[in-house]
Design a protein around this ligand. Structure first.
Ligand SMILES: Nc1ncnc2c1ncn2[C@@H]1O[C@H](COP(=O)(O)OP(=O)(O)OP(=O)(O)O)[C@@H](O)[C@H]1O
Ligand SMILES: [Mg+2]
Length: 251
């Protein structure tokens, strides 16, 4: 299975509502959200704390499939897939980047980037993924070079700065060259200068054709996106296309 059907939008969300079990009766984390995101877009999702941003990202990424409505990624329903297909999509077709990097400290930097290969099933479906798996180490080293961390491949992530850790997390997210990158406050733990470098890296990836969806609280991050979606109380309150070319990001 792979994201291949480009005749429709990459992400289609139609009347999606989500209520967590045990939450209060009328407490919906998402209320009838509808939107679509095309291949190659760079989208920022904003909103106050508790507005539903992470919930929405988790549904898109197949981390949570208990919701009402229709949500397809690459033409495939996130509800109707088997858990096996969903986890394969998460591993090979979607790259996740989180605020706190989620690296494994007992592994080297290189082995962290190699994790998707370790987690991939032996009979992998996507052709590009099979190609990458012929020499996973070469792929991981090339990605570390790409993010400027060649010299750090054999150290523990504990010896890295925040920005370097986030670069490792991005290299790992890119391992199988997934068309879609989902990022939950990727600069939230970084200082201004380091955050700026990470934004520039996402802009480069966007220019190379990756679809980037990122949650952020920061103006400079949403300024880097072409489109800004704002959530409030589980609903979309604005969806603004900024321009075709991303604005210069102020340091
Ligand atoms: N696991 C959970 N169980 C119950 N309720 C949850 C759970 N996760 C989130 N919620 C609730 O769903 C709503 C949306 O939460 P969500 O985490 O999506 O917000 P957010 O916009 O990402 O906020 P933040 O900016 O603080 O990360 C909130 O009311 C929250 O309390
Ligand atoms: Mg959140």
């Amino acid at each position: 299975m792979s994201i291949a059907d480009k005749s429709q939008a990459l992400i289609i969300i139609d009347s999606v509502s989500k209520k967590y079990p045990h939450s209060a009766k009328e407490e919906w984390a998402l209320r009838e959200v509808s939107l679509s995101i095309d291949y190659g877009e760079m989208v920022a999702i904003r909103g106050t704390s508790g507005s539903g941003k992470t919930t929405l990202l988790n549904l898109i990424g197949g981390l949570d499939y208990r919701f009402e409505g229709v949500l397809t990624v690459g033409g495939r329903s996130m509800i109707e897939q088997s858990e096996r297909d969903r986890s394969s999509a998460r591993n090979q077709e979607i790259g996740f980047v989180f605020q706190h990097f989620s690296l494994l400290d007992h592994l080297t930097v290189l082995d962290n980037v190699l994790l998707p290969a370790v987690l991939a099933p032996p009979e992998i479906g996507r052709e590009r993924a099979r190609e990458i798996l012929k020499d996973p180490q070469e792929r991981a080293l090339a990605l570390l070079k790409r993010v400027g961390l060649s010299s750090k491949s054999h150290v523990s992530p504990t010896s890295l700065s925040g920005g370097q850790k986030q670069r490792v997390a991005i290299a790992r997210a890119l391992f199988f060259e997934p068309p879609l990158l989902l990022c939950d406050e990727p600069t939230g733990s970084l200082d201004t200068h380091t955050g700026q470098q990470i934004i520039e890296l996402f802009q480069e990836l966007h220019q190379e054709g990756y679809t980037v969806v990122m949650i952020t609280h920061e103006d400079r991050v949403s300024h880097a996106a072409q489109r800004v979606i704002e959530l409030e109380d589980g609903k979309i309150i604005s969806d603004i296309q900024r321009s075709d070319t991303p604005a210069e990001v102020e340091p």
